[in-house]
Design a protein around this ligand. Structure first.
Ligand SMILES: [Zn+2]
Ligand SMILES: [Zn+2]
Length: 355
């Protein structure tokens, strides 16, 4: 670890006199002494830093060496090792980067289920998302709004440390916030955010498919610090439909017809995504035939024309006949001329030629 900015640690300027340094040290050492902060590792580390800073800066010769070496200074006087040089450089880069970027809250994912009919029309759905929100009571800084924060005495509220660029640029004492929390906010226990079930509206555009992602910017978690909220990614899941099957923008429906209906023709009520409509089934309709209702399928994202609705004829062979019905059906079949079934007749004829 590079040596911290000793001036910053003691909260004194680089021109501080020996008297200033001694005074700053006494105040801080008292406040952060392990006896006064039992079982507090942060306080213990801070006390160590304070003591090391004082030991160095209170000795004019060491102070001179520190001023020349900065983060490469070592209390035991040894020269810096190459890996320490590397670390100082990368830490400095990290600090430069961090200064410009406040930490964003976590992104969240949420799956929303929708039906094919809803996809056809597009809609607005209400979803309940458990997420971390910024605490309103303290505005996110974690301090009790009634006198819970105190201006940082080291940076005077600016949050900036003085000193060369290579050092951490945030004030060491307040972590760059400019204040210290003396009484934590009761609502968020000082974290600045808390969990809440948030009811959000999500617009599902017409024509979306399963797996499509919708981004709700800023509706992810609030960060623990002062950065921006993360994003919420809503993943669409379109439920299987008992009637409609999706083929891209087209929709397929199987329509079961009886033998009499395909033979004689009929007017048939069929389902559409919006409701129902009636189509004409002409006499002699073959099973497997597809009736296409143009522009009645799913909307195409970003286009005005919709896909088509395909209605496919399926012949349902009658089952569960009683004796009288079987006899009637047999009698009816027997009195049909061969020309009623031309393919069947041709088949039988070709069989006769083979024998
Ligand atoms: Zn709070
Ligand atoms: Zn400060």
């Amino acid at each position: 670890m590079p040596t911290p900015d000793y001036y910053n640690v003691l909260g004194v300027s680089r021109k501080a006199t020996q008297e200033d340094i001694k005074k700053a040290y006494r105040g801080l050492a008292m406040r952060w002494h392990p006896d006064r902060n039992p079982d507090d590792q942060q306080a213990e580390q801070r006390f160590k830093d304070i003591t090391a800073a004082y030991r160095c800066l209170s000795n004019p010769q060491e102070r001179g060496r520190y001023d020349r070496l900065g983060p490469l200074y070592h209390p035991d006087g040894r020269p810096p090792r190459p890996e320490e040089l590397n670390e100082v450089v990368s830490t400095a880069w990290g600090n430069l980067f961090r200064r410009r970027r406040k930490k964003k809250g976590e992104d969240l994912r949420y799956t929303v289920s929708t039906s094919l009919e809803e996809v056809a029309l597009g809609m607005e759905k209400e979803i309940v998302v458990p997420r971390m929100v910024r605490c309103r009571n303290c505005g996110g800084d974690g301090a009790n709004p009634d006198g819970g924060r105190k201006t940082c005495e080291v940076c005077g509220g600016t949050g900036r440390a003085t000193g060369p660029r290579l050092f951490r640029n945030n004030c060491f004492h307040c972590d760059g916030r400019g204040f210290q929390v003396v009484i934590p906010c009761a609502t968020c226990s000082g974290e600045g955010r808390h969990a809440r079930e948030d009811t959000l509206k999500v617009k599902v555009p017409p024509g979306v498919a399963t797996g499509q992602k919708l981004k709700l910017a800023g509706k992810g978690n609030a960060p623990a610090g002062s950065g921006p909220e993360g994003d919420l990614f809503v993943i669409v899941s379109v439920a299987e439909h008992e009637l409609f099957r999706r083929r891209g923008d087209d929709v397929l429906v199987e329509i079961p017809l009886t033998f009499a209906e395909v033979t004689l023709g009929t007017n048939l009520t069929v389902p559409t995504l919006e409701g129902t409509t009636t189509i004409r089934i002409p006499p002699g309709t073959a099973p497997g035939r597809v009736f296409r209702l143009a522009n009645r399928g799913l909307p195409r994202v970003g286009k005005s024309r919709r896909g088509d609705l395909h209605l496919q004829v399926v012949l349902e062979v009658p089952g569960d006949l009683d004796e009288a019905q079987r006899v009637a059906l047999g009698a009816w079949a027997e009195q049909l001329p061969p020309s009623a079934h031309p393919r069947r007749a041709a088949f039988v004829k070709s069989l006769g030629e083979r024998s």
